[in-house]
Design a protein around this ligand. Structure first.
Ligand code: RIB
Ligand code: CA
Length: 350
């Protein structure tokens, strides 16, 4: 039985890899993609997902446009992190596929009502549209099979302010409404939260791109380097590998610019892997809330691990995983998928 998944994304370089990971996983059945404003505006997020579906020669999958702005504050985007169009240096051909006629929030609500207990929700962007869906359907936490969230930082510095993680920073009101809504969820329905504490251990390096190209039978196998010019573009034969390489190289440049090394944190594909296989991570229950009025700390996620607030846990926070095992899994899946979609043309290519 394939696992039905709603993706709620702000694509985004690592959101792109989350989509590729799920498209490459036979056990995943993406039943809808919600385009949430975050890394780039929502229409751009939607266009990026439609374009990736074309590149991957994927079947029709509903892509629904989310709200233009967060619940209570103006939208902040981050093209300096994800590139002018949100996919780094990649130049994805615009897709002729159509957007869904319904909004992202309507799609959430109608899908979980139609398929109660069958869908895993995966949020790798701000929680704006999930919060809007919860306002429309308060039963959503019980209608979802499970929710996986990439977001927050607990015993770990923020990546947007000293204590904020980007997805929560963009729409802290939405994040608070989501965690509050899951306060009454039974233990097996608590959101699994992939925060920076663990996702910043998922470090992608150029060698991973080379291994992926090799697995896909894509030639040449390029050695992406920090000496590459920003104008450099991949020339490898497999289109999925080529566009992925151009996307991720921008993320490498961004992390180096901020003294994190020539690497890229793969927050979102890690969360996608957890959505399909929660056993890949160790988790610990906690009560999570979001600071909304702190002068220095607004949008900070706070975890009460010890019941000091006297409130039931509303989250299972990921506290450990094996990054090497994740990359082995991601490279195998996406590499094999890329090879299957674009088989090497000659024996020498194989
Ligand atoms: O903080 C990392 C998260 O913010 C990732 O989901 C990235 O894509 C951005 O949305
Ligand atoms: Ca994201």
């Amino acid at each position: 039985m394939r696992q039905q998944i709603i993706m709620d994304v702000d694509t985004g370089i690592d959101d792109s890899l989350a989509l590729l990971y799920l498209l490459a996983s036979p056990e995943a059945d993406i039943v809808g993609i919600a385009a949430t404003a975050g890394n780039v505006p929502a229409p751009r997020v939607a266009a990026n997902n439609l374009a990736w579906l074309d590149v991957c020669r994927a079947p029709d999958i509903e892509v629904a446009l989310g709200a233009a702005e967060p619940l209570a504050i103006p939208l902040r985007t981050t093209e300096d992190t994800h590139g002018p169009h949100g996919v780094g240096y990649a130049e994805l051909p615009e897709s002729a596929r159509s957007l869904s006629h319904r909004s992202a929030a309507q799609m959430w609500v109608e899908l979980v009502r139609e398929r109660p207990g069958q869908i895993v929700g995966l949020c790798t962007g701000p929680l704006t549209n999930l919060a809007l869906a919860l306002r429309g359907e308060p039963e959503l936490p019980r209608l979802l099979q499970r929710l996986v969230i990439m977001g927050g930082a607990f015993n770990h510095p923020g990546n947007t302010t000293p204590t904020n993680e980007w997805n929560v920073h963009v729409d802290p009101e939405a994040a608070k409404e989501v965690f509050d809504a899951f306060s009454a969820a039974p233990p097996d329905r608590r959101p699994i939260v992939c925060a920076l504490d663990v996702t910043e251990t998922i470090e992608m390096y150029p060698v991973h791109l080379a291994l992926l190209a090799e697995r896909a039978g894509s030639l040449p196998v390029e050695q992406v380097s920090d000496t590459d010019s920003p104008e450099a573009r991949s020339g490898t034969s497999n289109p999925i590998v080529r566009h992925l390489t151009d996307a991720v190289r921008f993320y490498f440049d961004f992390h180096r610019t901020y003294d994190q090394g020539y690497l890229a944190h793969m927050h979102d594909p890690f969360a996608a892997a957890i959505a399909l296989d929660p056993v890949l991570a160790a988790t610990r229950p906690a009560t999570v809330d979001v600071e909304l009025i702190g002068t220095l700390t607004r949008a900070t996620t706070v975890a009460d691990w010890a019941g000091m607030w006297g409130r039931e846990p509303n989250a299972d926070i990921v506290i450990g995983t094996d990054p090497a095992a994740f990359f082995e899994r991601m490279i195998t899946r996406i590499g094999d998928f890329a090879r299957a979609v674009y088989p090497p043309t000659t024996p020498e290519d194989a």
